[in-house]
Design a protein around this ligand. Structure first.
Ligand code: SF4
Length: 366
């Protein structure tokens, strides 16, 4: 099982470095987690331009001139957890909805007609309303239409992930939100999500089940972003060592306004986010980096080719929102409101190819 050092130790590690350390970290073929700590340190702040160049070079080498795009399909806004930062939190009085299998399929068809060949199914955590049976049946309905299916739902057991893998799900995203155990306990007020260790172990269970790809992440604004970045790097390194066949992605959503009016505990600026992305790219050349529509169009345009490899586009975060755009009850508000075609045009303008497919199941080794 992955064990994370105490957060105060990570804070210490990312605090102290000098210019010479940053130069070494920047040019090392394999900086390792010590190098990552250096690249995340305040000493690296003034080397952001050099980090951008190194990050862009590595990204071009490993991913070519392509940027994947995707849109999430929210299937349910019911949640039994109380997370103080989330619009779906059980105590928020919002209109809740779970899509029937037919409604979910209809939403998926809209995304397919918009050119997506990959789909991400998202829900709140309410296993009694939306459990493995539902996800399995939906995956079976969608598997012939989509080349790959990802899920971002409640943490499951290895056996349950195995069932979904057989039904056509190939990728699981589960974000720790924060690796700071004290803050984790503070913002997760009640429900199954209060179990920090069970969540921390979820990426390993998903990888163990055979999933082709596992996504990690931290919700920026809950704890110190430098230490959070180091924790993510340690988690990535552990997974690479133990599940070398599994592709990995990271995402660093910054807290956005949501029902409940939660204020971020830490201010994370665009520059901080940029710094984090460059450091993670230099640390792990193969990790997919996701930049979602939480960020504004101006910022997302500026980051094309510099490190991120996957952009969400034309997203709606309320169930049924593609068939009925007036639907209320979003998980959080969107920062980039452009259509998919507008996002693709911006990617092309930068000389990159927007790809609406993740991979093909024909590559799957059974
Ligand atoms: S973050 Fe996830 S688990 Fe927490 S309230 Fe929101 S949907 Fe539910």
């Amino acid at each position: 099982m992955f064990e994370i050092p105490p957060f105060h130790q990570l804070l210490e590690q990312v605090r102290f470095a000098g210019d010479a350390d940053v130069h070494r970290g920047l040019h090392a073929a394999n900086p390792g987690t010590d190098g990552l700590a250096v690249l995340l340190s305040p000493a690296a702040d003034k080397h952001l331009e050099a980090m951008a160049k190194r990050s862009a070079d590595i990204t071009a080498l490993r991913f070519g001139r392509t940027t994947q795009i995707y849109a999430p399909l929210y299937v349910s806004s019911f949640c039994t957890n109380r997370c103080s930062y989330c619009g779906f939190s059980a105590d928020n009085k919002i209109e809740r909805r779970i899509l029937s299998l037919e409604e979910a399929e209809a939403e998926a068809i809209i995304l397919h007609q918009r050119g997506f060949n990959h789909i991400l199914l998202v829900s709140g955590e309410a296993p009694a309303k939306l459990g493995v049976d539902y996800l399995e049946q939906l995956a079976l309905r969608l598997r012939d239409r989509f080349a790959s299916i990802s899920i971002e739902v409640q943490p499951l057991s290895t056996y349950e992930y195995g069932r979904l893998f057989k039904a056509g799900v190939t990728s699981v995203a589960v974000y720790q939100e924060t690796y700071n155990r004290d803050i984790y306990n503070q913002v997760h007020i009640s429900g199954r999500k209060c179990d920090y260790d069970f969540r921390l172990d979820t990426p390993a269970r998903a990888a163990e089940s055979g999933m082709r790809e596992v996504g990690l992440g931290a919700l920026l604004g809950l704890a110190d972003w430098r230490a959070e970045g180091l924790a993510l790097g340690l988690h990535l390194a552990w997974l690479r060592k133990n599940f070398w066949r599994t592709a990995l992605t990271v995402s660093f959503p910054r807290l956005r306004p949501a029902a409940g009016e939660f204020q971020p505990l830490y201010n994370v600026t665009e520059r901080d986010l940029t710094h984090l992305i460059f450091a993670l790219r230099i640390f792990d050349p193969d990790v997919g980096i996701i930049l979602s529509t939480r960020e504004e169009a101006r910022y997302r345009n500026g980051m094309i080719g510099l490190g991120p490899t996957r952009y969400s586009a034309g997203s709606c975060t309320a169930p049924g929102g593609y068939s009925n755009p007036d639907t209320t009850g979003e998980q959080f508000s969107i920062g980039d409101l452009r259509t998919i075609d507008e996002v693709c045009a911006a990617i092309k303008q930068k000389g990159f190819d927007p790809v609406r497919k993740d991979w093909d199941a024909g590559f799957q080794m059974q």
